[in-house]
Design a protein around this ligand. Structure first.
Ligand code: UDX
Ligand code: ADP
Length: 464
């Protein structure tokens, strides 16, 4: 089966870059990316490529190559469904904030709405690809909704989890370690899997395209993220021990990472992992285990999240205790708000929680991030519902450059490892700050001994 027309529902961090790369690599396939959000679609159609709705290194060049040729962004969801042989579902699946599974299970309402819309509109057979991060057995639910329309249309449902990491999305899509395709082990299922395989095979060698059953594919996504997050929580737990002893967490990480059985990646201690996936996927895994009565397994994975919460709290407490147990009215500069460098995404960023903690102690925060807007920063704080919108605006100022950023500040805290923070002229910063001047390096990216030599009192995660 030769795919000629792809529709992707959801033009977010996953759908946008993934479809841009598919379109760039498969000029013979027409790719329509659709979303209900008019503003987002307008931004994807911006002639000024700096105004695309998401920031990813290399993305604007890929969009420029394919957009208008075989890549289109639109709000006409029905037409795109009608035209497609294959439909990717890339809508958001946030953690439920209400009802059964509140705070743990994924909210599948957007997925279900998509399935119902596809079922109502489609007139020809289609392959449906679940791309959003989903709990295990969602494909089954999708299939059930799709097949109960009774209008004679056949749907094959595939699971194709996304492994791209933000900040390196384009590179990860161009040269993935593996692509996973889960499908029904029936004749029709095999045909559908082969069709998706052939799309990716335009630029990815066959040995990197793994075909599995649907449940294995869905569970692999949760598990991969749980393993990665577990490594970060493991090294972060040791950062606390290192701070209490003479050990240095970076030295420990280097030493254990050189063991080829352990490997060096995802051992960088930090103020805590963020992003839309890690916490959500682990909570999903925990919920799934509980549902099957596997309480010990659930507790085991839940500890990865608890350790991450502890790390964020511990960092904020360190700032407060160092500043003589009060930050009331003190200016503290937060460098970075995104959950990692090279993205404008702030979902679950450690910065939000550290800021919230400091604001509860009446600190006055000034936030600077090279890619995150003031609007987003206030929205993130308002969403927590800890204090009123006006209090958030009174206590937090957002700077869009370094002018006067550090003037009369008591402390600076590095929240995101943006490369530009390594280039800051710290001598100049020190001159502007109140003394004693404190610096808290939550990403361990600054050369602290050098900063201490010019007068800073410095604290980096995992250093005594
Ligand atoms: C993750 C997975 O890596 C990706 O495969 C999946 O598709 C989506 O979830 P992402 O959340 O975009 O990707 O970024 P990732 O690079 O995994 O980082 C997640 C968080 O962990 C960030 O806050 C990062 O700063 C933190 N981290 C990562 C550490 O604190 N230390 C590390 O050593 C690595
Ligand atoms: P992700 O990181 O998973 O890509 P995002 O929140 O960035 O998540 O993107 C999901 C997108 O899906 C949003 O832009 C949202 O407007 C869109 N969306 C959600 N439900 C629907 C729907 N039923 N039809 C079209 N688009 C939808």
């Amino acid at each position: 089966m030769n795919i000629k027309n792809i529709c992707c529902i959801g033009a977010g961090y996953v759908g946008g870059p993934t479809m841009s790369v598919i379109a760039a690599k498969c000029p013979d396939i027409k790719v329509n990316v659709v979303d209900l959000n008019k503003q987002r679609i307008a931004a994807w159609n911006e002639t000024d490529l700096d105004k695309l709705p998401i920031y990813e290194p290399g993305l604007s060049a890929i969009v420029a190559q394919a957009r208008g040729r075989n890549l289109f962004f639109s709000t006409d969801v029905d037409q795109a469904i009608l035209d497609a042989d294959m439909i990717f579902i890339s809508v958001n699946t946030p953690t439920k904030t209400y009802g059964i599974g509140k705070g743990m299970a994924a909210d599948l309402k957007y997925i279900e709405l998509c399935a119902r819309q596809i079922a109502a509109v489609a007139k020809t057979d289609k392959i449906i690809v679940e791309k959003s991060t989903l709990p295990v057995r969602t494909a089954e639910a999708l299939k059930s909704i799709l097949s109960s329309t009774g209008n004679g249309v056949n749907f094959q449902v595939l699971s194709n989890p996304e492994f791209l990491a933000e900040g390196t999305a384009v590179q990860d899509l161009l040269e993935p370690d593996r692509v996973l395709i889960g499908g029904e082990r029936t004749e029709e299922g095999e045909v559908a899997m082969q069709a998706l395989h052939d799309v990716f095979h335009n630029w990815i060698p066959s040995e990197r395209i793994l075909l599995t059953n649907v449940w294995s594919s869905e569970l692999s996504k949760l598990t991969a993220n749980a393993f990665l997050a577990q490594r970060v929580s493991s090294i972060n737990s040791l950062s606390a021990l290192c701070e209490a002893t003479e050990a240095d967490v970076d030295e420990v990480a280097r030493a254990i990472g050189q063991d080829s059985r352990i490997g060096p990646k995802f051992l960088k201690s930090s103020v805590g992992f963020g992003g839309s996936c890690f916490q959500k996927d682990i909570l999903n895994l925990v919920y799934l285990c509980q549902t099957y009565g596997l309480q010990e397994v659930a507790d085991y994975w839940h500890q990865v999240i608890k350790m991450n919460d502890y790390q964020k709290r511990r960092f904020a407490q360190k700032i407060i205790s160092t500043l003589y147990n009060t930050v009331n009215g003190k200016k503290i500069v937060l460098l970075g708000w995104a959950f990692k460098k090279d993205t404008n995404d702030t979902r679950e960023s450690a910065a939000i929680y550290v800021a919230d903690y400091l604001l509860s102690e009446m600190a006055e925060l000034v936030v600077y991030d090279p890619k995150v807007t003031a609007e987003q920063i206030y929205a993130d704080l308002d969403y927590l519902n800890t204090r009123s919108e006006s209090e958030n605006r009174n206590l937090v100022t957002v700077a869009n450059n370094y002018d006067e950023l550090f003037d009369d500040a008591h402390a600076v805290a590095v929240m995101t490892e943006w490369d530009e923070f390594k280039e800051i002229d710290w001598e100049h910063v020190f001159d502007r700050m109140l003394k004693p001047a404190f610096i808290f390096d939550g990403r361990a990216i600054l050369d602290m001994p050098a900063l201490e030599n010019i007068g800073f009192r410095g604290f980096a995660i995992g250093k005594g």
